[in-house]
Design a protein around this ligand. Structure first.
Ligand SMILES: [Zn+2]
Length: 445
């Protein structure tokens, strides 16, 4: 006689999302086929075989994606989102010409409203290519916060600090005061975190850099800055301060586990040792480094030394896209050609950088992975596209074959923000009109 079947009690959940493939990016880097995630309160409560979860859960909403691959939402660790306003304004020029003749004159006309529109367009671009979290460093940070909040993305929002007068502030004092106000405004926000971003050693005085480091320690925020982007930056720092950039930052108390350095291209062995010993993270921006001919960051050596390396797009004026799929592929290919070694920076390492390592670099380590207890931040790629056949290795396909245009769904904290080409948190047609007006006003001669 058969044993009696135990009565089944299903569990409630907000969303049950099912997919052909789930790339978890958990510690074991498990890739599941015909799988599902249960989500409640914006957090993943279960992950496993589709049939099992379908039997166990009664969801309020089911999202069935039988021909899609789920990935953790991608994490952009360095951008200046509102620079979408200046995309294509000047390309293929030396940095000094690009900055002084084109970008700075346009930036001098920036307004909070223009920054809000530029950031909102950047949010649309990131959502459409699977990015769910970004670190932004720019001016008018309240306008950036308004745009990110309205779009529903997760973000680390940095107040940019300079000792050069700009459209946002006349002095570094005023920028630091704004950083404090931002931290107060974002207290208790689940998706937005405040941070501080002294622009670079060549635009901030020693005392300003020290005050930014003190601010980050006092307020418990991330400290980020552009560092060692070019060999010239080291030469100039040596001449001005008697030290290369990395030891100089260390002498000011700026390195540590709450610090994220953008670029890290011109690094020597002693710099690598110092970054590893202090637990400082690096944001690698391969396309920006290539376009500005800054050089090739020693990503393989950094990772081997134990430095956490995330990926960043930098701003759209020096890239020119905010697309981490493109960044993953570029990062992997660049390390191979630089080292003449096809095993350098494998696909899995590039995906780690765009997901869990980037999350770690932002001090938000629960992001960038799909596992129980993690926030439900994810994207889905359409596996019916020709370039994703035959799908022997989903991670290889995500890094080397996908271009980001395959993204059919992007979710942050359990909320679908982008689905089948539609932006669910913004009036995209109105945004395009207003953005175009703002961009033409800023760049009119
Ligand atoms: Zn930058």
């Amino acid at each position: 006689m058969n044993a009696p079947i135990a009565p089944t009690h299903t569990l409630p959940c907000d969303v049950l999302i099912t997919a052909a493939v789930v790339v978890t990016q958990n510690d074991a880097r498990a890739v599941l086929r015909d799988a599902a995630l249960a989500i409640t309160g914006g957090v993943i409560t279960a992950i496993g075989p589709r049939a099992e979860l379908a039997a166990r859960y009664t969801p309020v909403e089911t999202i069935a994606l039988p021909e899609a691959m789920l990935l953790p939402g991608l994490v952009n660790t360095h951008t200046h989102a509102a620079m979408t306003l200046f995309r294509g304004l000047c390309d293929d020029a030396p940095l000094s010409v690009w900055l002084s003749e084109h970008i700075w004159p346009a930036e001098a006309k920036l307004t909070p409203e223009a920054v809000r529109l530029g950031t909102q367009l950047a949010c649309a671009e990131m959502l459409a290519s699977g990015t769910t979290c970004f670190l932004d460093a720019y001016l008018f940070v309240d306008a950036v916060a308004d745009a990110a909040q309205a779009a529903g993305l997760r973000a680390v929002l940095c107040q940019g600090v300079f000792d050069i007068e700009n459209a946002g502030f006349k002095t570094a004092d005023a920028a630091l005061a704004s950083a404090g106000a931002l931290a107060d405004r974002l207290a208790g926000e689940a998706l937005l975190r405040p941070a501080i971003f002294p622009h670079a050693v060549y635009t901030c005085r020693r005392a300003t850099l020290e005050r930014c480091a003190a601010f980050a320690k006092e307020r418990g925020t991330l400290l980020s800055t552009h560092a060692a982007e070019t060999a010239r930056e080291n030469d100039d720092c040596l001449a001005a301060n008697g030290q290369r950039v990395i030891p100089y930052l260390h002498s000011l108390g700026m390195l540590g586990p709450q610090t994220l350095l953008a670029h890290g291209v011109a690094l020597d062995a002693a710099d690598l040792t110092l970054l590893a010993a202090t637990g400082t993270a690096v944001s690698h921006c391969p396309k920006s480094n290539m376009k500005l001919a800054s050089g090739i960051a020693p990503v393989h050596a950094l990772r081997t030394a134990g430095v956490t390396v995330g990926l960043g797009t930098d701003g759209a004026a020096s890239n020119n896209a905010l697309n981490l799929f493109s960044e993953m592929e570029t990062a992997a290919l660049l390390q191979k050609v630089a080292s003449n070694d096809p095993t350098a920076l494998k696909a899995g390492a590039a995906l780690d950088m765009a997901t869990r390592d980037g999350a770690q670099a932002l001090g938000w380590p629960e992001l960038g992975r799909l596992e129980v207890g993690a926030p439900a931040d994810l994207c889905a790629l359409d596996l019916t596209r020709p370039q994703l056949h035959p799908c022997f290795d989903p991670i290889s396909d995500a890094v080397y074959a996908a271009n980001g245009g395959e993204v059919v769904l992007t979710m942050v904290a359990g909320h679908v923000l982008f689905r089948d080409g539609a932006f669910l948190t913004m009036d995209y047609a109105a945004l395009r009109r207003n953005f175009a007006q703002a961009a033409s006003h800023l760049t009119a001669r």
